[in-house]
Design a protein around this ligand. Structure first.
Ligand SMILES: Cc1ncc(COP(=O)(O)O)c(C=O)c1O
Length: 386
């Protein structure tokens, strides 16, 4: 049981969690039955009746509306993309940045965000990396802002040590200084409640194969639609304000759509979007705040058990600064990964150790099993807390 919802019932929807001690949702989520059912329905419809596509597209719009509610925004501020990288690249190339302009990022943050902006060096844009400290908030970034700074781009939650940055204070700083603010929520979404307006983000990007429970190949982009000056670098017919009825391209009518569709390119990943509709229902049935609190409880238990073994946690310990679901343990990955594999425990190697990441289906028993597997091998003094 969990103090927040009936985790045993939720767990039955994730058959993989019955077969493996799955502590790797920060890498990829196991497929849940309702999500698979949505994909199966799409496949059966394709096999038996080839659509109709209008029904499939209606589901896309319903999912867009559902996702918008989930993020506290309106449906015309949501675009579907392929993954986080595509969302970050769309955002980076829509910002009106010129030679001499500067973008601030966090050193060591996810490379798929960093490269989208580093690529703007071709235009003469500079990227300056701010050191990653345990706490990153407006005060961490303020000293780096100068007359050439135009934007800040960063993750809400880090993938490699589970920091949860104070995104809202940084959003407020961007508003104060007139900077664009681009946020990668890939590690946060589905576990940490996201209020896009409270973040004051210009763009928010994510993929969906972690907390959103959908297989790889679907991303999302939130765009603050009041920022009408932000135009797409690429254009397809559906991204236009007026799509020519005869589908003959009109060279003098290139105005982009007033909605985030301006950033969409061509046909959609239909089965993944249908799957997202099912996964959002699952998440909302529990409540994302409950998922967050459930994961925090698992994390508290993990930290307490690591303390009894004197094994060090790499990232932040305080709930205020840590992600609810991502914990890196200072056990050298090269030495330990094989041991976890042999014992049927799925975790990820990270820069500074072994990453344990929780999903909505994990239990205290999963944490205890992990600890038992660590104890079985024994811990060398180098991993022990000082
Ligand atoms: C913070 C963050 N951004 C992005 C990604 C992945 O990028 P993409 O969705 O383009 O594969 C990950 C992990 O896979 C991540 O942890």
């Amino acid at each position: 049981m969990s103090g927040h919802y009936d985790v045993d019932t939720v767990r039955k929807e994730f058959p993989a969690a019955e077969r493996i001690t799955y502590l790797d949702s920060g890498f990829q989520t196991p497929l849940a039955r309702p999500v698979k059912a949505a994909i199966d329905r799409f496949l059966s419809e394709g096999l038996e009746t080839a659509g109709p596509k209008s029904v499939w597209l209606d589901r896309v719009e319903q999912t867009r509306a559902k996702l918008a509610r989930f993020l506290g925004v309106s449906a015309d501020e949501i675009a579907f993309t392929k993954n986080t990288s595509e969302s970050m690249n769309i955002a980076a190339n829509a910002l009106p940045l010129r030679a001499g302009d500067k973008v601030l990022m966090i050193h060591g943050d996810h490379p798929n965000n960093a490269y989208a902006f580093l690529n703007l060096r071709r235009k003469g844009v500079t990227v300056e990396f701010v050191p990653m400290t345990e706490i990153v908030n407006a005060d961490s970034l303020r000293p780096y802002i100068d007359a050439s700074t135009r934007a800040i781009s960063m993750s809400q939650v880090t993938f490699h040590a589970g920091h949860r940055f104070d995104i809202e204070s940084i959003g407020a700083l961007c508003a104060e200084k007139g900077l664009y603010f681009v946020v990668d929520v890939m590690q946060a979404i589905g576990v940490v409640p996201i209020d896009a307006k409270a973040m004051r983000a210009t763009f928010i990007g994510s993929g969906s194969h972690k907390g959103l429970l959908v297989p790889q190949g679907l991303g999302l982009l939130y765009w603050d639609k009041s920022r009408t000056e932000l135009e797409p670098a690429y254009l397809a017919a559906a991204g236009l304000a007026e799509v020519p009825a005869d589908l003959i391209a009109q060279p003098d009518r290139l105005d982009p759509a007033p909605s985030a569709r301006r950033f969409e390119l061509g046909n959609f990943n239909l089965p993944a979007i249908h799957a997202l509709s099912a996964s959002l229902d699952m998440i909302e049935a529990l409540g994302v705040a409950n998922i967050q609190n459930h994961c925090f409880d698992l994390g508290d238990h993990l930290i307490a058990r690591l303390d009894t073994l004197s094994v060090r946690l790499v990232g932040p310990r305080a709930r205020q600064h840590r992600a609810p679901h991502i914990y890196v343990i200072a056990l050298p990955a090269a030495e330990w990964l094989g041991h976890f594999e042999e014992n049927n425990v799925r975790v990820s190697p990270e820069r500074d150790g072994i990453r344990v990441s929780f999903g909505m289906f994990n239990t205290i028993a999963d944490v205890d099993r992990l600890i038992e597997v660590i104890q079985r091998r024994g811990v060398k003094p180098s991993s022990r807390a000082a």
